[in-house]
Design a protein around this ligand. Structure first.
Ligand code: BG6
Length: 520
């Protein structure tokens, strides 16, 4: 298929206004569970990128907290993480200055006396560095420790500060079903006011996800057709080629529906479907998202499909099936693939099916939203050929490539330059992020960490949203748990998932878009 590339001149970027960046007040970031992978791979590289961009205050401290008795080696380990995972040169002149802000505090998560000592240590660091009372607690631990840490912070009077801002960041999972999510929210809100709570969904930190709002609401031409009258259906895919990457015990309890669909995919869906917020502030955006989720009726179990990968070939390499992964039950019933059809019963979307699918060990890594528009009411032109790319007059398709190969493509029909007939062939207008803005090394956490330090909750999950989504998915999880799948594994690693997922779409004449990536 022919492609037209729309470009933005990179030199235009240098014209962006300077000096409008928001910089947090001096404060201390305390990371619980700091010896885990997340801190080294994502959080510290992101913090360093902020430091490089002069977006952190000169006076600040990062205190890693975990059970292991570490000392200076913690900062050294973070340094190597920044270099390895942040794409940073080890001789970067800003690196040593940044590392000097890092320290470590060993703590048993369930020992109240350790929190009293932590409080003292933080006060001391603050006094030495001339930092005020602002504190940001980041829970990067296993979820079973969340409630205890929160309670202990409250008991030591660390959840509030006179003349300062204290906030808490919580990594997913926020519960594993509706009841546990409600309980966790109650426990957190017993200590921290909701305005202090930042529930991270790292998808909201992705540029391409935030761009959904810009695409829809900073442009005049899409919104008038962004509705049931013109849109045939919407597909959202989160396909990963990775397996469970040594996280067997975690994944055994999670599965694809909990791990990705209930949170990341529902965030994507809400940004596609929400009404224009009255402003870009936390309350307006979160209110509109909630309305979308609340308009989704219960999903019939017949409209869901689960799958589990067997052995296969991914990226030219043989890989084992899920049941043979490290620390996975050889008879596991955990799904590594989930697909479903849902509807949003409001004036904008009634009658438009939304198809969602997520899977591990799929044929290709691609997170994409594709919006298929309706055909014109009457097709007056001929098909050009019996086979090949011009054999069909295809409906307009808007594809938002969240990752990789980030961009947006619009497929439309164009006249083939031949004098003998009016023949139509599909072509693409394609916006490519990298070509337009250059390559970004950001991992999504930069924006979220900065917003949390600044107290901006727009890109964070609210308890009402979390609970609404659990209310939607808990019955499916319960129904799946009640019936052990007899056919697992039911798809080969390196395929597009189980065949039965195709039936979800077939009866409405649709099919999954499997040529993900640029429209072809
Ligand atoms: C995480 C899940 O939340 O998201 C992982 O726990 C998944 O299993 C990951 O691989 C996907 O994130 P990304 O940014 O790689 O699309």
């Amino acid at each position: 298929m022919a492609t037209m590339q729309m470009t933005v001149r990179p030199e235009d970027l240098s014209q962006l206004p300077k000096g409008t960046e928001r910089i947090p007040d001096p404060g201390i970031l305390v990371i619980f569970g700091a010896s885990g992978d997340l801190t080294k791979r994502k959080l510290l590289p992101a913090l360093f990128h902020l430091w490089q961009g002069n977006l952190l205050p000169q006076r600040f401290a990062i205190v890693g907290v975990a059970r292991r008795p570490l000392g200076d080696e913690f900062a050294a380990d973070m340094r190597s993480g920044i270099v390895e995972f942040g794409g940073v040169d080890s001789s970067d002149p800003k690196l040593d200055g940044f590392i000097s802000h890092i320290s470590y505090f060993p703590l048993n998560f369930d020992d109240p006396s350790h929190y009293a000592a932590l409080k003292k240590a933080l006060d001391q660091i603050a006094a030495e560095k001339g930092i005020g009372p602002d504190r940001l607690f980041y829970l990067a631990t296993a979820p079973e420790f969340f409630a205890g840490i929160v309670e202990n912070l409250g008991a030591q009077g660390m959840a509030q500060a006179e003349n300062g801002r204290v906030a808490i960041v919580i990594e997913k999972p926020f519960g594993h079903d509706l009841d546990s999510a409600r309980l966790l929210n109650q426990q957190v809100n017993a200590v921290f006011h909701e305005s202090q709570v930042f529930r991270i969904d790292h998808y909201l930190g992705k540029e391409t996800v935030q761009n959904l709002l810009v695409f829809r609401f900073a442009n005049g031409i899409f919104e008038p057709i962004w509705k049931r009258n013109y849109i045939d259906h919407v597909q959202i895919t989160v396909a990963e080629t990775l397996g469970v990457e040594g996280r067997g015990p975690f994944y055994e309890k999670a599965g694809a529906l909990r791990d990705v669909v209930q949170n990341h995919m529902m965030e994507l869906l809400s940004l596609v479907a929400l009404e224009p917020p009255s402003s870009f502030d936390a309350e307006s955006v979160r209110r509109e998202k909630l309305k979308v989720w609340q308009a989704i009726p219960a999903i019939p179990i017949l409209n869901t499909v689960r799958g589990q990968y067997g052995p296969g070939i991914v990226d030219h390499e043989h890989v084992v099936g899920y049941r043979d992964e490290d620390r996975v039950n050889p008879e596991s019933a955990t799904e590594t693939f989930a697909a479903l059809r849902l509807s949003i019963e409001n004036w904008r979307w009634a009658g438009v099916p939304f198809f969602l699918r997520a899977g591990k060990r799929m044929k290709k890594r691609a997170t994409e939203i594709s919006i298929q528009f309706k055909q014109p009411p009457l097709l007056i032109f001929n098909r050009m050929a019996n086979s090949g790319p011009c054999s069909e007059i295809l409906p307009n398709l808007l594809t938002i490539r969240i990752q990789p190969d980030e961009g947006i493509a619009l497929r439309f029909g164009a006249k083939v330059p031949t004098s003998s007939e009016m023949a139509v062939c599909p072509v693409n207008m394609d916006f490519d992020y990298e070509a337009a803005f250059g390559k970004s090394s950001a991992n999504g956490y930069e924006r979220l960490l900065l917003d949390a330090m600044l107290g901006d909750q727009t890109l964070f999950a609210h308890r009402d949203g979390v609970e609404t989504n659990w209310a939607l998915y808990t019955p499916i999880l319960q129904a799946w748990a009640a019936k052990v799948p007899q056919v697992f594994p039911n798809y080969f690693a390196g395929s597009w998932g189980p065949e039965c997922a195709d039936h979800l779409l077939e009866h409405s004449g649709h099919s999954w878009r499997n040529d993900l990536g640029r429209n072809t």
